[in-house]
Write a protein that binds this ligand. Structure first.
Ligand SMILES: *[C@@H]1O[C@H](CO)[C@@H](O)[C@H](O)[C@H]1NC(C)=O
Ligand SMILES: *[C@@H]1O[C@H](CO)[C@@H](O)[C@H](O)[C@H]1NC(C)=O
Ligand SMILES: *[C@@H]1O[C@H](CO)[C@@H](O)[C@H](O)[C@H]1NC(C)=O
Length: 853
């Protein structure tokens, strides 16, 4: 591995992204008969951001700091942009250029004209002679217009507050974007009665989803579209409205408030508190149903999450677990009957996408409809008093009502008080369900979900089939289920025999490789298998290289379903297919928020590829080692969060997952950051499984110089080598420099030696960059963090903490051990074995994914 290649690459990247524009800023107004072509050479301020998004601004107001602009916006993509919105966005500018550094902030879209119909390169926007603003795609098809021709428009401008306005000769507003909100509101904007914010499908797809927030005559309601709409949040005014003027919500500095009448603005009724704006703020209804307020301040931060007041808590959002998914404390599962499964997850690795019926409901055969009885399940629309179809009824009548109406998908029954009577809800589409915690909600609730059971039941789970009590009251179902169970038992036995045969064949060696692959393909919950051709296409013939490691290169790619991925092509892997598949199985079984997820793999001929989730902020090294070239990148809170994430990921690897795993190559290059700077550990390439019983079984040296624990010189290797490397990484994050940094003065080239000498002088804080005001201002916390690193760096590995102890220290429930030893580089337990010299040691020796097992 050649780190300097990396360095040059990144420098190039950084200098490219800082392309300056000579054109001064502030061009807020445009005249009639102006045509803009969505072409980078025609629109002056064509700027690409490091997150992959780009903007081509048409109007921009002001010249410093966060500013509103309108123009063509292309969302984060890989490679070339091919779909654009005409949008209003907030960008960071200095007097001559857009600031593209990710540490400063990506463009934030607050309005768009064509969110459901993006246009392509060379599309046009025209403010016509007649005063109409028209957006046409490249083929000339009209996509959107303000329909203002003949209304005496004389020009267009963007206001200080982010309103795009077409005005007439008297400077009065003829058309304004504030009247057509999409999913966001800016400070000073109203949401009028009848208007709504509608969330996008996802961060990357701006198409309208089913979730909306709308102002009604007496309040505010958030709902998911269905027939009828299902409300998940509602707040109403206590005042009776006696004006015919429309009510509205106003987003002001410090609050989001409801007014019953615009002519009596003093009649504010209820409001949500929003932290006072110290800078630009906007609020957005997001694809998860939350209404979040963002504020600028050295990055965009969520400062408020407004519609969570509901008693339903984290689970009270319609799409949190997809259709039919059951949410318990944010975890998703599918409904299960006592006699078997009637639902499967749409995607086993993404349970939050929801569940689908194994046998779909059919209105042609209502005689096969039955109700699956689930106790202690509630539903988000209990938030809406008017949603109950029947009130003060009993559960039996509720079930009957649902059975009689084919469009009813479930009978949801909420008991009132201590009686057996209550309210009955009959939704025509079933979104996420909630595992009801009676201690919290203080009510009983049951769900009866409609399922289709054809004469022969779908194969129920054999383990708890035949003798279990049935959830259906009807005798013929009982027979059907018993019959089904017997069939399933026979089927199960058959399956077992098949598996035995497969396993025996497997033992017969490589000749049966095809069968072996098929066997592997069927292991549920395993990573997807891709063909080489698939991955070649997904990466555009391995076009965009993200990085290079000791054993292969990583490329950016996009799967057929639009998922962005990082594809690692392993070079010169000496492993057979079986070892590789075993490795994939291990890596694929690791599921943790702080571990990069393996989506799939390819093992074809001699090709070996791994497909990982894509992390748009790349690896940590480029955020901490190149500060000289960009603004202070990560603030202290972000750094701290990254350290905690990495600690949690490692604690999981070492102590919680099924097999104890040592990573063996922890370094900033292997720590990836997502768009919110959540850190995930990647590259188990060098990882070595350690059986829980044996604590050290490694036979050859691995890892990267600079991060290697001293005991590598002996042969006692445990997961504590990761703790040591973690200590180095923490120091590098805190100090913003590499452990070995040849650009430093002679005595500080080696950070650990520097730390040791500063410790002897009792001036530990000297190791932190004097220039970094943010770090300096957190002196005490920084000090604690350095102490923690020192604990992790103990030469005697038995004195290092376990990763779970590290997590406890970071969470403040435990203290760092006193009496630390600053002699990091010598292992007090070193055995004989000294032929490897650390300083000149070769790059990582690994040529295999992991060692023998
Ligand atoms: C919001 O109000 C606070 C306190 O009155 C003030 O300091 C701040 O500048 C205001 N923010 C904006 C964006 O007007
Ligand atoms: C409510 O639930 C509790 C505990 O599950 C149960 O003991 C009680 O009988 C239930 N009440 C009604 C009215 O069903
Ligand atoms: C059946 O249910 C749907 C939706 O729940 C409702 O709109 C419709 O009026 C019901 N039909 C009858 C006949 O009750």
């Amino acid at each position: 591995m050649q780190p300097w290649k990396w360095v040059t690459g990144l420098l190039l990247l950084i200098s490219f992204s800082y392309s300056l524009h000579a054109q001064p800023y502030d061009y807020p107004t445009a005249n009639l008969s102006t045509l803009w072509i969505n072409d980078p050479s025609i629109i002056t301020h064509n700027v690409s951001f490091l997150d992959g998004s780009s903007v081509r601004s048409i109007l921009l107001r002001g010249s410093l700091g966060p500013r509103f602009a309108c123009g063509f916006f292309c969302n984060r993509t890989n490679g070339a942009c091919d779909s654009f919105l005409f949008a209003i966005f907030i960008v960071q500018t200095n007097s001559v250029s857009y600031i593209t550094s990710p540490a400063i902030g990506f463009p934030q879209v607050v309005w768009s004209a064509n969110r459901n119909n993006p246009v392509r390169e060379n599309a046009t926007l025209e403010l016509t002679q007649e005063g109409d603003l028209v957006l046409r795609d490249v083929d000339g098809a009209m996509v959107w217009s303000t329909n203002t021709s003949g209304k005496s428009v004389v020009g267009m401008n963007i206001s200080e507050t982010g309103n795009l306005v077409l005005f007439n000769r008297n400077n009065s507003i003829v058309w304004q974007s504030f009247d057509y909100p999409t999913d966001s509101l800016v400070l000073g904007q109203n949401l009028m009665e009848g208007q709504r914010l509608t969330a996008s499908v996802s961060v990357l797809n701006s198409t309208q989803s089913l979730l909306s927030l709308s102002v009604i005559a007496n309040g505010l309601s958030a709902f998911v579209a269905s027939d009828p709409p299902q409300i998940y949040y509602k707040r109403t005014s206590s005042r009776t409205k006696n004006s015919t003027e429309p009510s509205y919500m106003r987003f002001m500095n410090g609050s989001f408030a409801f007014f019953t009448s615009s002519s009596e603005p003093s009649l504010q009724d209820f409001d949500f508190t929003v932290p006072l704006a110290s800078s630009v703020q906007y609020m957005k209804l997001e694809s998860d149903g939350h209404l979040r307020v963002y504020e600028w301040g050295a990055g965009w931060k969520v400062v408020a999450d407004l519609i969570t007041g509901s008693i339903l808590g984290v689970c009270g959002y319609p799409t949190i677990c997809g259709d039919y998914g059951i949410c318990s404390n944010g975890q998703c599962s599918c409904p299960r009957g006592i006699a078997g499964d009637y639902f499967t997850q749409l995607n086993a690795r993404q349970p939050n996408l929801g569940c689908s019926a194994i046998t779909p409901l059919s209105c042609q055969t209502p005689q096969y409809h039955h109700l699956l009885d689930l106790a202690d399940i509630s539903y988000f629309n209990y938030a809406d008093d008017d949603a109950a179809v029947l009130k003060g009824t009993d559960a039996e009548s509720c079930r009957d009502a649902c059975m009689k109406n084919c469009s009813c998908k479930a009978a949801l029954f909420q008991y009132g008080g201590n009686s057996s009577y209550g309210d009955c809800f009959l939704p025509s589409r079933l979104f996420s369900l909630i595992n009801n915690q009676q201690e919290v909600t203080h009510y009983n609730s049951s769900a009866f979900i409609k399922v289709q059971i054809p004469p022969i039941a779908p194969s129920p789970n054999p383990s708890n089939g035949a003798n279990a009590p049935l959830s259906f009251g009807k005798k013929k179902i009982r027979t059907a289920v018993i019959l089904g169970s017997s069939l399933a038992a026979v089927f199960g036995a058959f399956l077992l025999i098949c598996i035995c045969i497969m396993v025996l064949r497997r033992k017969n060696g490589e000749r049966e490789e095809e069968e072996e692959e098929d066997f592997f393909d069927q292991v549920p919950g395993m990573p997807m298998r891709f063909s080489y051709e698939n991955l070649k296409a997904a990466t555009g013939n391995f076009f965009n290289k993200l990085g290079e490691g000791g054993f292969g290169s990583v490329f950016e790619g996009t799967l057929d379903d639009g998922t962005r991925v990082a594809v690692k092509r392993l070079d010169g892997i000496g492993q057979g297919k079986r070892e590789f598949l075993a490795e994939v199985e291990t890596i694929g079984s690791i599921h943790h928020v702080n571990m990069a997820r393996l989506i799939g793999f390819c093992a074809e001929k001699s090709y070996r590829l791994l497909v990982y989730e894509y992390m748009c902020n790349g690896s940590l090294d480029k955020w901490i080692f190149f500060r000289k070239y960009q603004k202070p990148a990560l603030d202290w809170q972000t750094k701290r969060k990254i350290i905690i994430d990495v600690a949690k990921g490692l604690a999981y690897l070492h102590e919680e997952c099924r097999q104890r795993i040592a990573h063996l190559d922890i370094k900033p290059h292997n720590i990836l950051l997502d768009e919110n700077f959540n850190a995930k550990i990647s590259d188990f390439g060098l990882s070595k499984l350690i059986d829980r019983d044996q604590s050290h079984v490694i036979t050859r040296m691995r890892g990267t110089p600079g991060y290697l624990a001293p005991e590598w010189l002996s042969s006692k290797i445990t997961e504590k080598v990761d703790v040591y490397s973690f200590g180095v990484v923490v120091l590098e994050i805190v100090c913003g420099r590499k452990n070995f940094d040849e650009s430093q003065s002679e005595e500080s080239i080696h950070l650990l030696s520097l730390l040791k000498s500063k410790a002897e002088e009792d001036r530990l804080l000297d190791v932190i960059d004097k220039q970094d005001k943010d770090m300096q201002s957190h002196g005490e916390e920084t000090m604690k963090m350095i102490k923690l690193a020192v604990w992790c760096l103990q030469g005697d590995f038995t004195r290092r903490p376990s990763m779970s102890m590290v997590v406890k220290v970071l969470e403040g429930v435990m203290d760092v051990e006193p009496g630390l030893d600053y002699n990091f580089l010598t292992s007090t337990r070193t055995a004989a074995h000294k032929e490897v010299d650390l300083g000149v040691s070769a790059p990582p020796l690994a040529s295999v994914l992991s060692g023998p097992r």
